[in-house]
Design a protein around this ligand. Sequence first.
Ligand code: ATP
Ligand code: MG
Length: 563
Amino acid sequence: MSETETRDFIRQIIHDDLESGKHAEIVTRFPPEPNGYLHVGHVMSICLNFGVAAETGGRTYLRLDDTNPGKESKEYVDAIKRDVHWLGFDWEDRLTHASDYFGKLYESACRLIEMGCAYVDSLSADEIREYRGTLTEAGRNSPYRNRSVEENLDLFRRMRAGEFGDGEHVLRARIDMSSPNMNMRDPALYRIRHIPHQNAGDEWCIYPMYDFAHGLSDAYEHITHSLCTLEFEDHRPLYDWFLDQLKPEHRPRQIEFSRLNLAYAVTSKRKLNTLVEEGIVSGWDDPRMPTIAGMRRRGYPVAALREFVTRAGVTKKDKLIEMGMLENCIRETLGEQAERRMAVLRPLKVILTNYPENTVEMMSAMNHPARPELGTREMPFSRELWIEQDDFMEEAPRKFFRLRPGGEVRLRFGYIIRCDEVVKNAAGDVVELRCSYDPDTRSGTGSSNRKVKGTIHWVSCEHAVDASVRLYDRLFNEANPNAVDDIHSALNPKSLEVVDGKLEPALMELSAGQAVQFERLGYFCPDEKDDSAGARVINRIVTLRDSWAKLEKQAMQQQNQVV
Ligand code: ATP
Ligand code: MG
């Protein structure tokens, strides 16, 4: 494919603007509001904003859009910075805040008043809503709309000086109360909030509205392309109106693209906050959360996330992307990177009755089947082993190639064993298998080239490392939980299962966040918070196969027809 064919519509615009000489350098910004943790949708916006600048030798600002102090906090600011860095992007000295510009924004508001383009309104919030009209009905002018410039300036200064209580007055743009675009019906520019600001301290008791602050901040930073999601399309006339009135030295251009929505996940900070507040998850970084912090803790590799948003693509059409697509990116990345290890998650004891007691043999195991350069490790083999409960069946169907009474199986990197006796407890559950091994079948060196159909994994009991293994699944059962009124009804009750696993001793060395494949089971890594050398806590990143594939395909077909 040629370069042009792979260029999305935004990269095409940027390419054209550079080629025509409209801009010599591309400047973008990623402008999160620090009112929650970043999620998978933000990964898309981060990769786009930092990506297009990096590709063209341009620059990107990380701008904290902190105009709403009631909902913002330093914790969120720190999390945002960490997440953007973790994704591999660097804002260098371009970390800014809308609050850095509060002084300039205040002056711009005064200028709008002087130009007759803004006024102080003293209607209550309810009245303002009522005067605003509806989509089918024009709004009405506020009785305060024709205040003189002097009166407006005086009131606005006194608002800033703290002379009025919250909600007593607001500063509004004077545009058109009958505009078919509701955003143009004299939108608010400033409101009174007597609360301190996490960055600006208690310097201000009036705060600018997002629409007013955003476009002007873009202008102050000489942003060339202000990339945002489609819900801001109706705000673009207002974005341009501010620029038309105030004529800043630099004029940015707003371009909208569609949000990335992920199936079986919610990507709204408000809904994510509900999950945290109600204790449905353990925090913003719970490994089931589609937050960047959650995905990092789960063990998703950065390369896979970046590949995922590239495949999802930058478009104008809203759509729901399959979770399976994200998981496949993770499988592909880890399939290549992750070393193989053995672990048993639901242990069943096997005793090799003909194997000598107090003997340990070291078996050589390949670290990666396709990458010999990753070498081998030694696995202790002894008389008592753990195997997976699932790998034994008492009444097995014909095609079951694992262990059955009287049947044989190969222990990977070990010997062929035969099941001679099944031991049960009083309740009739199988608690132990008594087996015999064939000493001529040792992997790699065995003198016999006898073959059996099945190969299973195992861990030596004496050498096993105990671990608490968290098996994560999707948080929601519903393909589009965003569309469900009550998200509680869409929760997957089985999104987390914890089992006591047995790990091969080499897994003692694994460091937090380091991913490995447990052969035949999936990809796993130690939890970055709860794991310690003394008590291993392991997260399942993703299974080897997509057990949801069929269900998801059907649900997606229905969903994408309605979206
Ligand atoms: P939420 O609706 O989750 O609260 P938001 O849009 O309010 O998200 P911001 O912090 O304002 O969150 O977003 C910062 C930037 O990320 C904005 O430019 C926004 O357009 C973009 N963004 C937010 N959600 C998505 C998404 N799902 N897909 C792509 N970009 C997104
Ligand atoms: Mg927002």
